[in-house]
Design a protein around this ligand. Structure first.
Ligand code: AHM
Ligand code: MG
Length: 326
């Protein structure tokens, strides 16, 4: 007999009752993210075919990080922002692609009690070469009922209400947590529905994969170099896609560590605390793993600014702890 299928929308509704006094707003918000993910997935899948989608924007625009924006970055950013704007639960969005946060015109009386931080298309340098990319999102409750300010986005990661990612790979998956375990859903493209494929995901306590851009080895601090040397001595497997979501997803399933340490030129590293490190740190802790900046737990850091960067060591608990001891 065929196994019964649980769809993402059924699962979201089912889990709503885990939240006392839930009004359904978070469910509505997750549903909007699901829809935007499907739209972006559709465009990602035809990226190789369509000139307007592949490559850099015609204006060769540069985002706030000083990086060239790809067309798909812009498309994904718009889709996710519109998905948030179109429903009342979200009062503001901060995106890695925008200089400042965006405030929506939703009075709190209309139910807007959340803000969302996101990296709409992570790993965008991989778009043109048909390698997995992803979307990362992070949801916070607003600090108060006044107009949304940047402070609403600068809460420590431990205050996240929910977080997740979409990986657009050999199949498309949406993985999320509301602080009650991690669940993964695979998109069945024939019916356009995310189906529960990875219930209650747990990262192995230890692993044999290390993921780091070793081209930067000589610029890493001693602690990171010592740990990488230890990985090599143990003959671990080096696996680095250069798409954080994809590297993270593989390590979550198989066990491993992803590292982006600071370098001599950039001691704060490359990855963004609010858009990348915090959501993935919540997911990894919920799955039994750990995330640090080499010194302290990522989720304990109070961000000072929206686009703040942080070194990141994330993955199997035993591996992250060993990297900290080096
Ligand atoms: P992005 O958000 O601009 O795409 O940058 C983040 C990406 C990660 O997905 C990836 O792990 C990392 O940058 C790769 O950086 P590098 O090429 O320096 O190894
Ligand atoms: Mg990005």
């Amino acid at each position: 007999m065929a196994q019964p299928i649980t769809t993402l929308s059924e699962f979201i509704i089912e889990r709503e009752k885990d939240f006392p006094f839930a009004s359904g707003d978070l469910s509505q918000l997750l549903t909007s993210i699901r829809l935007a993910a499907k739209l972006v997935n559709r465009e990602v899948n035809k990226a190789g075919l369509v000139n307007e989608i592949l490559g850099e924007t015609e204006q060769h625009s540069v985002n706030v990080q000083g990086e060239k924006q790809q067309k798909l970055d812009v498309y994904a950013n718009e889709r996710f922002i519109n998905a948030m704007r179109n429903q009342g639960a979200v009062c503001g969005v901060a995106s890695e692609e925008n200089d400042a946060h965006i405030v929506f015109d939703h009075p709190v009386s209309a139910g807007g009690k959340y803000v969302v931080a996101m990296d709409p298309l992570d790993g965008s340098s991989n778009i043109d070469v048909n390698v997995s990319i992803g979307t990362i999102f992070s949801i916070y409750r607003r600090l108060n009922d006044a107009e949304v300010t940047v402070e609403d986005f600068l809460q420590p990661g431990s205050a996240q209400v929910a977080a997740g990612y979409v990986v657009y790979g050999s199949s498309t998956m949406l993985v999320y947590t509301t602080g009650n375990g991690v669940n993964g859903f695979t998109l069945d493209p024939s019916i356009g529905v995310f189906c529960l494929s990875h219930p209650n995901m747990r990262i192995p306590e230890n692993g044999s994969i290390y993921s780091v851009n070793e081209g930067n080895y000589f610029d890493f601090p001693e602690q990171a170099r010592n740990y990488i040397d230890a990985c090599k001595k143990k003959k671990m497997s080096a696996r680095y896609i250069g798409s954080l979501v994809a590297d993270f997803h593989r390590n979550l399933l198989k066990g491993g560590i992803y590292m982006y340490p600071g370098t001599t030129a950039k001691p704060e590293g490359k990855l963004r605390l609010v858009y990348e490190a915090n959501p993935l740190a919540l997911l990894i802790e919920q799955a039994g793993g750990a995330a640090t900046d080499g010194k302290q737990r990522i989720l304990d850091i109070k961000p000072g600014k929206l686009h703040q960067r942080t070194p990141l060591f994330i993955g199997s608990k035993a591996m992250v702890e060993e990297a900290m001891r080096r």
